[in-house]
Design a protein around this ligand. Structure first.
Ligand code: SAM
Length: 231
């Protein structure tokens, strides 16, 4: 069997790739060797084990394949993750922020149960059953400001939720990564109009959008915004 050549991916700390051009596969280095979270491929290479990261199942992987300009990660960063679901993307973030903490907020009891089961070996994930519309309600579970807010909740007020949580928990120089699903906001309006309105909500709330990346190739009607607080 031919060996897969896995190398560090672009500027992004702790993200890896194999392949070329239109056939690139992304990976993270598994911090829980031998354990899969969602049936992903595991690749063993010398002393490391890599988990294949599917951009069709993770908007964060899709974003990275579109190469944003900033390295969003470092090994010890703290992240607030809104819409953690059963653990697909948050488990890759847990590999990336290996010495950091990820607070994973999820509203659905069934999903949080699966999240706990799927990530119980991962010491850097703190699952929180909560509604991202009310960030003050989980303040007792979040011990410090965070470097990163990642949001992937399918709700009609996506930008508003992102602002509320970032105002509450994001460090002044931290990044907000917001995956917007236009269909969850309005299934009749054109996506472009919805994206414009969500951007306006962020800007009027004191956030500067530093990148706007369409990930339609991997997730229909999705745009990802990367923003920072205006200082
Ligand atoms: N981010 C996940 C991943 O890539 O593995 C997928 C997230 S799925 C698209 C959206 C999730 O947001 C669902 O699990 C849903 O229950 C959760 N959600 C929806 N509204 C929420 C809210 N108000 N607060 C917290 N979670 C919410």
């Amino acid at each position: 069997m031919s060996k897969i050549d896995i190398k560090p991916y672009s500027i992004f700390t702790n993200v890896y790739y194999s392949g070329f051009q239109n056939n690139i596969k992304l990976y993270t280095k598994n911090i829980c060797k031998g354990i899969r979270v969602y049936g992903e491929n595991l690749i063993i290479d010398e002393n490391n084990e890599y988990r294949e990261w599917d951009p069709f199942r993770s908007k964060l992987a899709a974003l990275l394949l579109e190469k944003p300009k900033f390295n969003l990660f470092s090994i010890e960063k703290k992240c607030l993750y809104l819409g953690a679901s059963s653990g697909t993307t948050i488990s890759h973030l847990s590999d990336i922020l290996a010495e950091g903490i990820i607070y994973g907020v999820e509203i659905a009891e069934r999903s949080i149960r699966q999240l706990i089961q799927n990530t119980s070996e991962r010491g850097n994930i703190i699952p929180i059953l909560g509604d991202a519309n009310h960030p003050e309600n989980y303040a007792k579970s979040i011990f410090s400001e965070v470097d990163l807010v990642y949001q992937d909740v399918a709700q009609p007020n996506q930008a508003e939720i992102a602002v509320k949580n970032s105002d509450y928990y994001l460090k002044d120089n931290g990044y907000l990564i917001l995956a917007i699903k236009s269909q969850s906001i309005d299934s009749i309006q054109k996506s472009e109009k919805i994206y414009k309105e969500e951007k306006k909500t962020l800007e009027l709330s004191g956030y500067e959008i530093i990148e706007s990346i369409n990930i339609q190739k991997y997730a229909a009607n999705h745009l990802v915004l990367i923003a920072r607080k205006k200082l």
